[in-house]
Design a protein around this ligand. Structure first.
Ligand code: GLU
Length: 502
C-alpha cells in the first residue's frame, strides 16, 4: 500500500470547522504520513445555498494552526487540481450523462410541489414516500416519458434532476475498515439526486467522481456519512471503477456520554467546540490552548494505542496511528481532560517561546512592561507555570511578582495575622534589610537560622510573610519570590502590611 496512499479531507465551507471535522482531518493526516502517502484538502462547495464566505480560509487557517498541513489543495496545486469543486463544475455533467446512458440513472421532472403533494398524501395514509422502485414508474421521469418528450422538455429548459436508479432486490455487502461487514437492503434506499436543476452535481456524485479522479485510496470520514456508503459503493460499480477503502470514524459524544457533541454543549458548559474563534464563539486557539495539546486530545477521541500511553507528540502519533485501533463506539468528549493535556504541554514548552504571549497577557493587566526584559519574564513564568493550565492563568497567578498585592485574602488574614505578627515581621524586616546577598539560597539560610535562634516556629513566620508578599497563602517557593522582587520591594511589602493590617 505504502506509496499509493492518498487520502482527502473534504469539508464543505458552510461555517466554522467543528472539532469533529478537525479530528477527521487529523486522522487522515496521520494515516497519510504513517504510510508515506499524500493528504489532500478538497473543498466541497457545490451547494451554493449553504456557502458561507470566510469558511474556506477558516479551514485552511485551522489546519495550519494545528500543524496538520495538506500536501495538495488550493494554493498547493498538484496534478489532480483544481481542488475546489465549484471550479470543477464542467467535469460532473458528463459523468451524470454517462450514468443515464448506461441505465444507472434517469432524468426526473417532478416539481418540488408535486413531490410535496406525494409526501403529504403518503403521510395521510401512514406511509413514507420514497422516490425509488416503489413508485418511480408512476412519476414524471425518463423511465415513464417517451424519449422525444424527455428531449423536448430538456430543450425547452424545463427544470430536471438526474436520479440514481437503484437495482431492485439487491442486498449489498459493504466493508468498512473500522466497522467490518455491513449488509444493506437496497430496496429500502431512495433514488438519490446526483445532479441538480441548477447545473451542479450533488455531494454524492461530485464526491465519487473526485475521489476517483484524484486517485483517493482510503476515504476516512465521520460516521454521519455511513448511510451514504451504499450509494457511493454502488456508484463505483455503476461507473466500473475500483472503489477506495472506507473507514467511518466514531461520533464525538457530549461530556455526559449521551448524544452527539454540539455547539450548544460548548456554550452551556463553557468549552470551545471550534479550533479558532468564529463570530461570538471562542475557539481553542483564542481560549489559550496550545496546538500540541489540541492535537493530542483529538487523537485520543476514538483512537487508542492499545497501551496506557496518553501523551503523544505529532511524530509519535504518526508512528503509532493505526485505523485498526479506531473504535466503533462514540468517543466521549472530556473538557477536563483537555485542560490536563494543555497543562502538560504548557510545562513542556521552551520558556523563550512563551515570553511574547506572556508579555501580552501581562500588558493587558498591568500596562507597559518595558521595564522587564525577556529573561525576567521567563524567570517569572518558570516559577509559576506548574500551577497553571493556560498562559492567562499563569499570568493571573504571577501578578504579585510585578506589583504589590492590592488586598490580602480575608480568610488567610484571619488565620495568620496574630497580635504578635507585626512585631515578628518587623524584626524579620530588620534582618533582611541587613543582608547583602539577597539570593534565594542566602535569604533562606539567614531566615531559617533566625527562626531557630528566636525560638519561633516556621508556622509563626513563613505563612504571614507569604501573605504580605503574595496577598494569599499560595505561590512558589517564598525565597524565590523575595529574590525575584528584590530587597527593597520585599521590605516595602512588609511595612505596608504592618501599617494597614489590623
Ligand atoms: N463534504 C462532506 C463533508 O462536509 C465530505 C464527506 C466525505 O468525506 O465524504 O463532510
Amino acid at each position: 500500500m505504502e506509496n499509493n496512499v492518498r487520502v482527502r479531507f473534504a469539508p464543505s465551507p458552510t461555517g466554522p470547522l467543528h472539532i469533529g471535522g478537525v479530528r477527521t482531518a487529523l486522522f487522515n493526516y496521520l494515516f497519510a504520513k504513517k504510510h508515506g502517502g499524500t493528504f489532500v484538502l478538497r473543498i466541497e462547495d457545490t451547494d451554493q445555498n449553504r456557502f458561507v464566505p470566510g469558511a474556506e480560509d477558516y479551514i485552511v487557517e485551522a489546519l495550519e494552526w494545528l500543524g496538520i498541513p495538506f500536501d495538495e489543495g488550493h494554493g498547493k496545486e498538484g496534478p489532480f487540481g483544481p481542488y475546489r469543486q465549484s471550479e470543477r463544475k464542467e467535469i460532473y455533467q458528463q459523468y451524470a450523462a454517462e450514468l443515464v446512458q448506461k441505465g444507472w440513472a434517469y432524468y426526473a421532472f417532478d416539481t418540488p410541489e408535486a413531490l410535496d403533494a406525494h409526501r403529504t398524501d403518503h403521510e395521510a395514509r401512514g406511509k413514507t414516500f420514497i422516490y425509488n422502485w416503489h413508485n418511480r414508474e408512476k412519476l414524471v421521469n425518463s423511465l415513464t416519458l417517451e424519449p422525444e418528450e424527455v428531449q423536448r422538455r430538456i430543450d425547452a429548459g424545463e427544470a430536471y434532476v438526474v436520479r440514481f436508479k437503484w437495482p431492485v432486490d439487491e442486498v449489498l455487502v459493504l466493508h468498512d475498515l473500522i466497522r467490518g461487514q455491513i449488509r444493506i437492503d437496497a430496496n429500502l434506499l431512495d433514488d438519490k439526486i446526483l445532479f441538480k436543476s441548477d447545473g451542479m452535481p450533488t455531494y454524492h456524485l461530485a464526491n465519487i467522481v473526485d475521489d476517483h479522479l484524484m486517485q483517493i485510496s482510503h476515504v476516512i470520514r465521520g460516521e454521519e456519512w455511513l448511510p451514504s456508503l451504499a450509494l457511493h459503493v454502488e456508484l463505483y460499480k455503476a461507473f466500473g471503477w475500483e472503489p477506495p477503502q472506507f473507514a467511518h470514524l466514531p461520533l464525538i459524544l457530549k461530556p455526559t456520554g449521551k448524544g452527539k457533541l454540539s455547539k450548544r454543549d460548548g456554550e452551556k458548559l463553557g468549552f470551545p467546540v471550534f479550533p479558532l474563534s468564529w463570530n461570538e464563539s471562542t475557539g481553542y486557539r483564542e481560549a489559550g490552548f496550545l496546538p500540541e495539546a489540541v492535537l493530542n486530545f483529538l487523537a485520543m477521541l476514538g483512537w487508542n494505542p492499545g497501551t496506557e500511553q496518553e501523551l503523544f507528540s505529532k511524530a509519535e502519533l504518526i508512528e503509532a496511528f493505526d485505523l485498526e485501533r479506531v473504535q466503533k463506539s462514540g468517543a466521549r468528549f472530556d473538557p477536563d481532560k483537555n485542560k490536563w493535556f494543555n497543562h502538560h504541554y504548557l510545562q513542556q514548552k521552551e520558556l523563550k517561546d512563551l515570553v511574547t504571549p506572556f508579555r501580552k497577557e501581562l500588558e493587558a493587566r498591568l500596562g507597559n512592561t518595558d521595564a522587564y526584559p525577556d529573561h525576567v519574564l521567563e524567570q517569572a513564568l518558570g516559577m509559576i507555570r506548574e500551577r497553571a493550565s493556560f498562559l492567562s492563568e499563569a499570568c493571573d497567578l504571577a501578578l504579585f511578582l510585578f506589583r504589590a498585592p492590592e488586598s490580602y485574602e480575608e480568610k488567610a488574614v484571619r488565620k495568620q495575622w496574630k497580635e504578635e505578627t507585626p512585631a515578628r515581621l518587623e524584626a524579620l524586616g530588620a534582618l533582611l534589610s541587613a543582608m547583602e546577598d539577597f539570593s534565594s539560597a542566602a535569604t533562606e539560610a539567614g531566615v531559617k537560622a533566625w527562626i531557630a535562634e528566636s525560638g519561633l516556629s516556621f508556622g509563626q513566620v513563613m505563612p504571614p510573610l507569604r501573605l504580605v508578599l503574595v496577598g494569599a497563602l499560595q505561590g512558589p517557593h517564598l525565597f524565590d519570590i523575595m529574590a525575584f522582587i528584590g530587597k527593597e520591594e520585599t521590605l516595602n511589602r512588609i511595612s505596608h502590611a504592618i501599617a494597614t493590617l489590623p
